[in-house]
Structure formats: structure tokens, C-alpha cells
Ligand binder design. Structure first.
Ligand SMILES: Cc1cc2nc3c(=O)[nH]c(=O)nc-3n(C[C@H](O)[C@H](O)[C@H](O)COP(=O)(O)OP(=O)(O)OC[C@H]3O[C@@H](n4cnc5c(N)ncnc54)[C@H](O)[C@@H]3O)c2cc1C
Length: 426
């Protein structure tokens, strides 16, 4: 029994969100003079960078999820409650959740982000997204159901629509998802659906900017586009989506594509919490924070990770990129600053240390850049694999992912091609 937490007389910190930022923060606060309650609507942490592999049947959901209770089980000053936070009362210093209320001395919001459909209700209704394990399982079912549907269809225009897959957004998620779909066309369709003509499957990648992977160098963008072209992905640059009605996607050059499946990976926005002043919200629905992650207008309320929009870092005038290393580094500094705050010591300012970025394309290609070194192709893919294995939480998950990747590599197959929970279209 965790008596330390129960009996602890220390300032109480509530953390909302057990994502990259939240779990790093609890680890850093181990044995510190602060009582911590971690709240998350799920009882697991999701390793979002590999969601696309769950969606394409390469990994099972348990390989990229990790129980939050396991993370805190040896941290005696920390407790976890599976609770969805509904509102915050900043005057009463209390959060309301679906399981009751929690009082706090300090609050840290680490709720991450959600898909941004930029107010287009139709796109939101009909597109698939990739932000959670549920989304990834829906997409996996949808892709496999489309293959099944194509088999019993005789009308060629219907087959075209069913086997057209459109990915919107040429960032890392879009590039990786399009590559995985193209691999399914190349390896899964010919093996599992021998009665289908695999050449009828089309994968489109639509990007409104002039290049893919805009956050990386021109060389990486060109490399990723080349690898995708080799896999047969049809890339459309400088083109935006106007509408999608569930059957037809219309582009701003007047072109239309008939498709049952649009995967929207063209943007995210912060996942804010009711009760925090809307004046504190900045661009992208993220909370404006100072260099100590303190939310504008509040002394005891902080935001870290994707939800935080930090102004003042010269290199990042529009806030830091919404990536895992920013979340982890902000959590590390906030843990330090919180103990300083409690003991009236001066706080340190946050500076992001960018170690580089990467994206994988298909089965064994990637683009990778770090500290001025740029790599592409097979070696970059080995680097990508190694780093993702190291970043996964838990030895079991690393082992499962490693075994699955080796199996996929040797067999050319996506291991988990099963429809366990059929996806029902809206
Ligand atoms: C498909 C995909 C691929 C990505 N690939 C990469 C990559 O390759 N490299 C990289 O660095 N970054 C990548 N990212 C971005 C990275 O995952 C995020 O930057 C990172 O997860 C941010 O961490 P966070 O802790 O701020 O939020 P999250 O990790 O999103 O965690 C937020 C947590 O808050 C919980 N939560 C939200 N609202 C509530 C509420 N009201 N009540 C209770 N709990 C709540 C959620 O359940 C979740 O556990 C990717 C993201 C996606 C979606």
C-alpha cells in the first residue's frame, strides 16, 4: 500500500495527461518534496510516433501502449487516477473530472494536441485521423474492410473508389502513413487478395506546401519524395483540399478523386481545458506560457508539451515544434523549477535542444538529420529503428516491436491483418 502518498504533507501537484510530457514529469519528481496526482482519461501511455504502424497492421496496439500504473508503481509520492478532466476552477484550485473533484496547489496541463480540421465539419465527419490507438484501430479495420469490399464489387468505378486511399498532409505522419499504405499495395494485396488486381490500388499524398517534410531540409524532402515515388505514391504538392463528402475529395485546382478513405494528417491544435481563461490561448489553441512554462495570467498553473506555446525563444518565434523531445525536455525543466518554486529559489528558463528529426518511408528507407549530418535510405532506416526502439517505454514493448519488425522485414508481411472491431462509417 502506498502510504507515503496518502499521508504526505507537501504541496499537491496535479498533472493532466500521461503523454510524453506527463510521464517524464512524474519520473523526474520521484522522491521530491511534492505530492503528485497524475490524471489521464486512459490508463495507458501512447507512443504516437508508431500509430501508423498499428493502422497498417505492422504492430498490435499493445506494442505501443504502456500502463501508466506500471510507470508510477515504484514512485511513492505519486498516484494515478484514470479520469477525464472536464473543467478547472482556477479560483478554488480544483479540477472537475468524470470521477470527482481534485484540489491542487499547483496544476500542470500536459493534455497534448488533437487533430485540427480547421473548422471544416464535413472533413471532420468523413475523414480518418491518427491521434490515438482507437483511431489507429479504426483505420486498420477500414483499410482491410475496403480490401474485402473490393473483392465483392464488380463495378470498376466502385472498385477504383474503394481502392483509392488519400492521405492529406505531407509532414512525418502523412509521409509515413502513405509509405505504409504503398507497402500494403506492394506486399499485402498480392499475398492475401490474389483475386484482386493490386495495380488498381492508388495511394495519393496531398500537401499544400511546395515540399514534403517542410520542417526538415530540402535534401530530406527530396529524398522522401523520391522514396515515395518509387513505391508508387502519387504526390500532389501546392494543392489544398477544399471538401470531402465521404465519396469524393475536391482539391483547390478543381481536381476530384473518388475515394472511400481520406486520412487527415494536415494539422493539430492544442487540447485545451475549460476553465482556463481563453485569453491565455494563443496560436494553434495552445496555452501561452513564459520561459518557465507558467500559463499567462496564472501563478500556479503551468503547461508543458504540445499544449504549451512558449514565446520568447528567439529560434522558435511561433512556439516550439509539437514533437516528443520538446515535451520531454520541458517536463525535465519544469520538475526542477517546481522544486525551486517550492523552496523559493530562482527559476531557470527553457531552451530547446534540438537533436534532429527523421521520418521513415516504407519498409526499409528513411530520411534522418541530426547536428548537420544528413542521411537517407537504408542506413537512415536502421538509425530510425534503433532510436524508436530506445524511445519506446518498457522492455516488453521494445522486444515485441523488434520481433514484429524483424518478421515484417523477413516475410514482407504486415503481421496483424485482422478486423477485430469493424469500423462503421458515419
Ligand atoms: C501519428 C503521430 C506521429 C508522431 N510522430 C512523431 C515523431 O516521429 N517524433 C516526434 O518527436 N513526435 C511525433 N509526434 C508528436 C508527439 O507524439 C507529440 O509531440 C507528443 O505526444 C506530445 O506529448 P504531450 O505529452 O504534450 O502530449 P501527448 O503525448 O499527446 O499526451 C497527452 C495525454 O493527455 C491525455 N489527455 C488529454 N486530454 C485529457 C483530459 N481532458 N483529461 C485527462 N487526460 C487527458 C491524453 O489521454 C494523453 O495521454 C507524432 C504525433 C502523432 C499523432
Amino acid at each position: 500500500m502506498n502510504t507515503d502518498y496518502k499521508n504526505m504533507q507537501a504541496p499537491h501537484l496535479i498533472i493532466i495527461g500521461g503523454g510524453f510530457a506527463g510521464i517524464e514529469l512524474v519520473k523526474q519528481l520521484k522522491n521530491k518534496p511534492v505530492k503528485v496526482t497524475l490524471l489521464d482519461k486512459n490508463n495507458y501511455h501512447t507512443f504516437q510516433p508508431l500509430l501508423y504502424q498499428v493502422a497498417s497492421g505492422g504492430l498490435g496496439p499493445d506494442a505501443i501502449a504502456y500502463p501508466l500504473r506500471k510507470i508510477i508503481s515504484k514512485l511513492s509520492n505519486i498516484a494515478f487516477r484514470m479520469a477525464e478532466v472536464l473543467t478547472v476552477d482556477t479560483n478554488k484550485k480544483c479540477v472537475s473530472t468524470n470521477i470527482g473533484e481534485f484540489n491542487f496547489d499547483y496544476l500542470c496541463i500536459a493534455t497534448g494536441s488533437q487533430t485540427n480540421f480547421f473548422g471544416n465539419a464535413e472533413l471532420e465527419k468523413y475523414s480518418m485521423q491518427l491521434k490515438s490507438i482507437t483511431d489507429a484501430l479504426d483505420l486498420r479495420s477500414d483499410i482491410l474492410q475496403e480490401f474485402e469490399k473490393a473483392l465483392s464489387e464488380s463495378d470498376t468505378s466502385n472498385i477504383t473508389r474503394i481502392l483509392n486511399f488519400v492521405v492529406v498532409g505531407g509532414g512525418p505522419t502523412g509521409v509515413e502513413t502513405a509509405g505504409a499504405l504503398a507497402e500494403m499495395k506492394k506486399n499485402v494485396l498480392p499475398a492475401d487478395y490474389t483475386e484482386l488486381d493490386a495495380s488498381k490500388m492508388n495511394v495519393y499524398l496531398i500537401e499544400s506546401a511546395s515540399r514534403l517534410l517542410a520542417s526538415m531540409s530540402e535534401a530530406s524532402s527530396t529524398g522522401a519524395a523520391k522514396f515515395l515515388n518509387e513505391l508508387g505514391v502519387q504526390i500532389k504538392l501546392n494543392i489544398a483540399v477544399v471538401s470531402y463528402n465521404g465519396n469524393t475529395i475536391t482539391l483547390n485546382n478543381g481536381e476530384t478523386i473518388e475515394t472511400d478513405t481520406v486520412i487527415w494528417s494536415a494539422g493539430v491544435k492544442g487540447k485545451s481545458i475549460d476553465g482556463i481563461s481563453i485569453d491565455a490561448l494563443g496560436k494553434g489553441n495552445r496555452y501561452k506560457v513564459n520561459a518557465h512554462n507558467q500559463i499567462e495570467g496564472y501563478k500556479n498553473i503551468f503547461a508543458i508539451g504540445d499544449i504549451a506555446l512558449m514565446n520568447g525563444d528567439e529560434k522558435y518565434p511561433n512556439g516550439h515544434p509539437m514533437v516528443a523531445p520538446v515535451a520531454v525536455q520541458q517536463a525535465q525543466l519544469f520538475a526542477k523549477n517546481l522544486t525551486h518554486l517550492i523552496s523559493n529559489k530562482p527559476l531557470q528558463s527553457f531552451h530547446y535542444f534540438d537533436k534532429g528529426s527523421m521520418a521513415t518511408v516504407g519498409r526499409h528507407k528513411a530520411v534522418f538529420e541530426s547536428f548537420g549530418i544528413k542521411m537517407q535510405g537504408y542506413i537512415a532506416w536502421l538509425g530510425w529503428m534503433f532510436l524508436h526502439l530506445m524511445l519506446l517505454v518498457g522492455y516488453r514493448n521494445r522486444l515485441i516491436v523488434f520481433i514484429n519488425w524483424m518478421w515484417n522485414y523477413i516475410s514482407y508481411q504486415r503481421a496483424i491483418r485482422i478486423i477485430t472491431r469493424p469500423f462503421v462509417r458515419k
